[in-house]
Design a protein around this ligand. Structure first.
Ligand SMILES: NC(=O)c1ccc[n+]([C@@H]2O[C@H](COP(=O)([O-])OP(=O)(O)OC[C@H]3O[C@@H](n4cnc5c(N)ncnc54)[C@H](O)[C@@H]3O)[C@@H](O)[C@H]2O)c1
Length: 320
């Protein structure tokens, strides 16, 4: 298939493009390069475009026709939770207008397959440690809200004009599938920890008195290569007779504590660094991991990489 990947020059998008090509698909990227890096996508053609801009619908229709696109993987989004709290209208303008323009163009050009990049942020702060997709989605920040609204828009398009679509709710994405595709954003624990070590600063652990086995917060870390493969599997699933919008968690199903991640980093890099145990941070759930039974059953997909693979691949790629 010919797949248009929005946010293709980003951290996850560039992994998705490589795995699509490896699976025999052809790819086109759309990215405004505000957080993307063009050299990550090699020979894949780039349509440089702000998807939220008024001209985006027409430009997309043109690109769909020019490249005879069969399906879209929509990853482009602003993703900094803190910034979304400070600038909610910007997050709505960017993330929602992008989805609107994309759906308008897909309907017009009769591009009927879509994989939408959603997030565990749609769950907010659940009162269970492991969530399944039927758990009430109640996001606690504008970023998570834009992802949930995006899912609703997908479901409405599926109902109204037969869009075949799945939304993937990613948990904590980390690691690198290729040494030139490191996560450069320093937005979650593993890049933050490596960045602290590089700058000879202590790694901060927010709370060691949570109701978890070692007292630190527990999260579900998913290797970016496993996540990219979930998109390929989702496309195969859309090839079957899918009629309703489906939502799938993408995680490992196993939580790792902040202290366990730090211990793994220590083992991987083989040298000492400072760790600061500080107070809890407001808004952090104690533990959150994915119930992955739905994606395993419906798509036959399962994560293959563990925490050591994630940490060591990030280390290799970020030292590159
Ligand atoms: N990284 C994670 O842990 C994580 C977790 C859950 C969900 N997600 C989602 O996965 C997707 C990809 O995340 P990532 O970590 O690769 O981020 P990223 O910032 O590396 O990639 C996003 C890409 O989209 C582009 N982009 C953003 N807004 C755009 C717009 N309006 N028009 C055109 N291009 C635009 C950026 O330039 C960037 O290249 C996002 O939708 C994000 O919300 C990420």
């Amino acid at each position: 298939m010919k797949i248009l990947v929005t946010g293709g020059a980003g951290y996850i998008g560039s992994h998705v493009i490589r795995q699509l090509i490896a699976a025999g698909h052809e790819t086109v990227a759309v990215d405004d390069l505000t957080n993307g890096i063009q050299k990550r996508i090699g020979d894949t053609p780039l349509v440089k475009l702000d998807l939220a801009s008024p001209e985006a619908t027409d430009s997309l229709i043109k690109a769909f026709k020019e490249y005879s696109i069969d399906g879209v993987i929509h990853l482009a989004a602003r993703k900094a939770v803190g910034e979304s709290v400070e600038r909610p209208e910007y997050y709505y303008q960017q993330n929602i207008n992008s989805v609107t323009n994309l759906l308008l163009a897909m309907r017009e050009a009769k591009v009927m397959n879509m994989v939408f990049s959603s997030s565990a942020a749609t769950y907010g702060s659940p009162d269970v440690d492991q969530v399944n997709e039927d758990y009430l989605a109640r996001p606690i920040n504008p970023y998570g809200e834009t992802k949930l609204v995006g899912e609703w828009m997908m479901a409405d398009a599926a109902k109204a004009w037969g869009l075949k679509v799945v939304s993937l709710r990613y948990f904590n994405v980390a690691g690198a599938g290729f040494d030139d595709l490191a996560d450069t954003s320093i937005a979650n624990l593993i890049p933050i920890a490596f960045n602290a070590i590089k700058n000879n600063k202590p790694i901060q652990v927010f709370g060691t008195d949570w109701p978890t086995p070692d007292g630190s917060c527990v999260r579900d870390y998913i290797h970016v290569l496993d996540l990219a493969d979930a998109h390929i599997t989702a496309l195969d699933y859309l090839d079957q007779d899918v009629r309703e919008h489906s939502v799938f968690n993408v995680g490992t199903g196993k939580g790792s504590s902040v202290l366990a991640v730090i211990d793994t980093i220590h083992k991987v890099i083989g040298k000492d660094f400072d760790v600061d145990l500080v107070d809890r941070r407001a808004g952090d759930p104690a533990a959150l991991s994915a119930d992955v039974s739905r994606i395993e059953k419906a798509l036959g997909w399962k994560a293959k990489h563990d925490l050591t693979d994630i940490v060591s691949s990030h280390y290799r790629a970020s030292s590159n």
